[in-house]
Design a binder for this molecule. Sequence first.
Ligand code: PLP
Length: 394
Amino acid sequence: MNFNRYFNDISENYLFAEVANRVAAYTKANPAKKVLKLGIGDVTLPLVPEVVKALRAAVDEMSEKATFRGYGPYEGYDFLREAISQYYKNAGVNLATDEIFVSDGAKSDLGNILDIFAKENTVLVPDPVYPVYVDTNVMAGRKVIFAQATEANGFLPMPDYSVHADIIYMCSPNNPTGAAYTVAQLKEWVDYANKEGAVILYDAAYECFITEKDAARSVFCVDGARTCAIEFCSLSKTAGFTGTRCGYTVIPRELVKDGVSANKMWLRRQSTKFNGVPYIVQRGAAAVFSEKGQKEIRENIAYYQRNAKTIADGMDELGIWYTGGKNSPYIWLKCPDGMKSWEFFDLLLNEAQVVGTPGAGFGVNGEGYFRLTAFGSKEVTEEAVKRIKQLLSK
Ligand code: PLP
């Protein structure tokens, strides 16, 4: 037996473990101090009533012989796929239900989709970004090159025709930078992908946070995307499903290479390795797309958006450069006084008892930057911003 040697090439995930270690050490040494956490990207508000009602009703169905359900369709129940299709339609995007695959979240599909691509593909990943894209490719032995996201381009790199890529990852609104592409900017990427014969793997996990009109809610808002893009989305941040688990992946019928359909390959892959998302969860997910469900989740999103504004206003008052906040729950700020990410982390922890995430953990270009999230409670967010302001305006 031999292990997959490519696992040696993945960097150890120091980031959140190291954050937890430093916080634990501080708390042990200073038990009386209250530490405020604006670090991890998990939600804090519970599932909305309409979702809970649907989950309960589905449990009841499963408890009766007449309505019990066993294995469901690999690609998800029609009632949910139709609800998702309608959601896209409301945003001006027409999708057939068989282009939508229900998943147990975006992370699994972002990793699993690589099953349908050959190893000999050049993969282009923005730096900094959600680490899953790099790690899943490195695990499979693929070559990864980086698109440089920097302050100069507002952390939104644009295509470079002198570089060829086959698989292009895009995350918009971006984790960790919060930057979001406009439809016009995405059009440039779609044109590049179509010219290069590449596929765009578009992660729209934070689309529900978009507030600016010209920011793209979906890659399929862009002409030409149906021949070159796959979109991944999630109810995790949209509707508090981080622990409930449901998302969806969109693969248009026109995504075809040498007569082979990506949509058909993905269905084949899923039917071999995946047995579907629980019926109960899919009923809860469908409730998210109902009129009442949408109203309720929008209230929760608005709550997080107010937190984002509280953080952004604090940075404005301090004159600190940042992206994000407007179209995302993340504020990506430049560490003051040329501090490195971990230096700033230690300063905030030791002097203000506020925990954030060092930007260096998301890629080389993240060094010198820092991520704060809006997913905490209003009270914690306000107190944390107050403490940061007190500390940095000294
Ligand atoms: N994509 C991005 C950019 C994320 O930040 C996350 C989670 O933090 C995910 C995907 C994972 O989403 P899910 O919970 O649906 O697996």
